[in-house]
Ligand binder design. Structure first.
Ligand code: CNA
Length: 243
């Protein structure tokens, strides 16, 4: 039996699937990931990407932070790909109970998925750091000042995207929901993630079910623990496996 067929059988025999994903889920929507050869970490900037996406950098160098953020992290015209759409289909069939994602691009919701737990927040939500007024992504882009820093139209304070930067903590409620979903799943499908960013990657240790499936172009630290490992495009694999 080939691997897609094996995945099809696993899905058929599962009733409570959770998907755990990362940036590789959106590369087929033309949003670069971090660690692939074509990823953001390979691009030349005066600072390392990890440094530019840290809380202290955002505080000390807001102009450079937002320059990097709007140029490299925002893809307003991106549309869901086959991976997002297959997961939406699986949720509609009642088999997929939750998507736990490290992504911040909002594409699972754009595809129509409902129970999406965003561990690292979303570029779609933005808040004034002073009066807490909320802004859409479009509004945030429109409200950039001459230095490219988005400013609240009430009080001119900086508008901060609701994304978790390095050095910032994760939302405990989202963590709780993710652990709850993962620990009750009979199948966990992990895809498009290098599994090196913590604490997010550690959440898959809560899985106690039968089938751990890994779909990733490159090998990951969890390959040896998986029931099924597929090193291929996640869009192609999920599209073929979800009928
Ligand atoms: P990563 O470390 O860049 O790893 C991505 C992994 O996906 C790599 O192992 C790739 O081999 C693999 N991959 C890439 N394309 C595909 C594909 N089409 N099919 C299968 N596998 C593929 O990204 P992680 O998500 O593991 O790291 C976590 C970071 C990345 C989170 O904090 C995210 O917020 C952040 N990020 C998010 C986005 C987004 O929202 N789209 C984009 C870039 C980075």
């Amino acid at each position: 039996m080939d691997k897609i067929e094996q995945l099809r059988k696993i899905i058929e025999n599962s009733s409570s699937i959770v998907f755990f994903g990362g940036a590789g889920v959106s590369t087929e929507s033309h949003i670069p990931d971090f660690r692939s050869d074509t990823g953001l970490y390979k691009r030349k900037y005066p600072y390392l990407a990890e440094q530019m996406l840290s809380h202290s950098f955002y505080v000390k160098h807001p102009k450079e932070f937002f320059d990097f953020y709007f140029n490299e992290m925002i893809y307003e015209d991106a549309v869901p790909n086959k991976a997002h759409l297959a997961l939406t289909k699986l949720e509609k069939q009642g088999k997929l109970k939750a998507i736990v994602t490290q992504n911040i691009d909002g594409l699972h919701q754009k595809a129509g998925s409902v129970n999406v737990l965003e561990l690292h927040g979303s570029v779609m939500r933005n808040y004034c750091t002073q009066c807490k007024k909320s802004f859409t992504l479009d509004e945030t882009i429109q409200l950039r000042d001459k230095d490219g820093i988005p400013r609240c139209d009430n009080d001119q304070a900086i508008i901060k995207p609701d994304v978790v930067l390095y050095e910032e903590g994760l939302d405990q409620h989202i963590i709780y929901e993710a652990v709850n979903a993962i620990s009750h799943a009979d199948t966990l499908i992990v895809g498009g993630t290098s599994l090196v960013v913590y604490p997010a990657a550690g959440l898959i240790q809560y899985f106690q079910g039968k089938n751990l499936v890994l779909i990733n172009k490159e090998s990951t630290p969890m390959d040896s623990q998986a029931t099924l490992v597929i090193h291929d495009s996640i869009g192609k694999v999920l599209d073929e496996a979800v009928k």
